[in-house]
Every structure is written in C-alpha cells, then in structure tokens.
Design a protein around this ligand. Sequence first.
Ligand SMILES: *Cc1c(COP(=O)(O)O)cnc(C)c1O
Length: 369
Amino acid sequence: MAAPRAEVVIDLDHLRHNVAHLDALAADAETMAVVKADGYGHGAVEVARAALEAGATWLGSCSLAEALHLREHGLTAPVLAWLDPPGTDYAPGVARGVDLSASSVRQLAEISAAATRAGRTARVHLKVDTGLSRNGCPPADWPELVERAARTPNVEVHAVWSHLAVADEIGHPATDAQAERFDDAYREARAAGLDPRRHLANSAAVLTRPDLHFDLVRPGIAVYGLNPVPVPADLRPVMTFRSVVALTKRVPAGEAVSYGLTWTSKSDTTLALVTAGYADGVPRALSNRVHVWLNGRRHPVVGRVCMDQVVVDCGDHPVAEGDEVVLFGTGAHGEPTAREWADTAGTIDYEIVTGMYRPRVVRTYRGRR
Ligand SMILES: *Cc1c(COP(=O)(O)O)cnc(C)c1O
C-alpha cells in the first residue's frame, strides 16, 4: 500500500507517559487534560481516552461543541467548556453534564436559563480575570458575580478559576500578582457563601509552580510532549509529521529550484521532491530555512515551500522514490522538532501542531488504542 502523501502519526504511548508524569507532579491535585482545538491537532477523542487511562480525571474544551463531541464519542468524564459567544444554547451541555464557565452575570444568566430548559442543575466554574485581561470577570465585578451565583438555585458553583499570562517565564512577578488576586477572589467567593474548588495552573505552572496546583491542574501543551518552560521535563513529543519522496532527479551545478528560483545548486546534486507543502502545514516562511530527516540524516529544504510539495537537496547521499521523510518528530534521533520549526518561523510550537488539524493530512495512531 502506498504511504500517505502527508501524514501525522500520533504516539498514544508517549501521550500516556506525559499525562502520567504531569499527574504525578501534581500529586495532590486532579488533572484536566486540555483537548481543545481537536486535541491541539492530535485528535481530541483519541487523546481524551488515552489521557483518562493515564490518570487524568477531567477534560478541558474551549467550546461547548467540542465538549459535546467528546460526549458523542462516549466520553463520560467531567469536561469543562469555557468560551462561546453570546446566544449559545447551553441546554444540550447541561443535559449532558458538561461543566460550564461563567465570566459575567450575563453568562451566568444564560447558563441558568439553559438549566431551566434542560430541567436540571448546571455545574459552573466562575472565572476571574487575575491579570491576563482576556476571558474572566474583572475583580471589580466579581463580588456581584459570586453573590448572584450563590443565589441562583439551578446553578451549582463547582470551582473558581483563572488563567496565567506569563507562567512560562519562570520567576516573573506577574504570576505572583495573579496568585494574590486569585486568593482574594477565592475569599470573596467564600464570603458569598460558596465553597468552591480552585484551579489555575497551565502546563508551565504544573511544571514550575507546585504552590499553584490547588485542586485541579489544566495542562495542555505538555500533554502533547512539548515543554513550554526552559527547564528539563520528562516529556515525549507525541506528533510526528511525515511524508514521502515522490520523485528524485540528478541536476547539474547552476540549476535553480522552485517558484522564484531562490536557490541554485552549487554542484551536481540529487534533488528529492517531497509531497507536503503549505496546504499540508509546512509554513511557507520555512522556505530555504528548514531541514527534513531522510534516510538517517538531515537534508535542507531548498527553494520555496509550495502548496503541495517541497524540494530537498540530498547531495550525493542515496535517496529513492518512496523513501519516508520525517518533517518533524520527537528529535530523539536528530530529526527536526515542532519547536525548531516554531523558532525558525517566529511562532510557538502550539501553533505548529495545532496547524496540523487539516483534512488533507492523514492522521494515524501508534501505541495501544
Ligand atoms: C489552553 C488552555 C490551557 C492549557 O494551556 P497550556 O499552556 O497548553 O498548558 C489551560 N487553561 C485554559 C483556560 C486554556 O485556554
């Protein structure tokens, strides 16, 4: 059978290893595996199943639709959905036991109305903005939100929570400032008669701030084996992006390659045409700036990245049509990593792996399913 022209291979054994490691680091807290954006491009349902096997007890989604997708695939674990536009019908979420987040009195009212329609109590997590200035209730409005929540009969407040802005910069004073505001918000919630749990930590804080683990931690990127902090952690990258050599050709010195003719061979060389381009997730910004792993060594991508293909300069090394090409992987053997791509392209590895969520790229799973 022919190899797929562009494929991401998801190693579920690596994913289970990462979750078990993170869960052990947050020993006194439960672990919510964040699986938004189709599991950061790795497949939310498969990731969720593997994460729960490895010790996670919660799942985290961005939208309600993502959370309901997990329910539709038989995942019954607690799942929190935290960001949808006004007018969203939360009733199917309440009916299916999805925890919902409220950052304002208006959102709380929408959830309460949905609970009425669904005929059951909604479980909510009240989100406070402690300094990210994104989602979350500003501190000035927080007392009203917690008091309203305490008085809303068909809403059960399970937790107060917030999100960190610079946890990946170890020792940054803003994290301590956020922690202080979080503490204030918690005390105000208790003063309103609530007895909520607390959660604050993203991957970076799971790895570096045990004092901020509270009752539940919410790692995302580290679940996928990518380390957001500059300290070593026992994480194994989960995604490998691979393609295949479709054509090889020997060219003389002085031959230019790809649109714009931006690269010219300096000597006789073998070029390999690889069937992955920017429509498959290879950023065009990596033109002439990245290597692939082919037959046990690195070879440069030469010329512009095209929509469907790239050209690789193999020099005088052996290469054959049909050979496997690793575009990025774990790095264990010397192959490029998603992090290396991100650094070169001026972004973060989150965007690289999440960008692999595209219909043209085949996704396959390795490891026990
Ligand atoms: C995405 C997200 C996370 C996970 O963040 P990582 O940096 O990937 O660990 C946690 N909490 C919230 C609210 C998020 O949006």
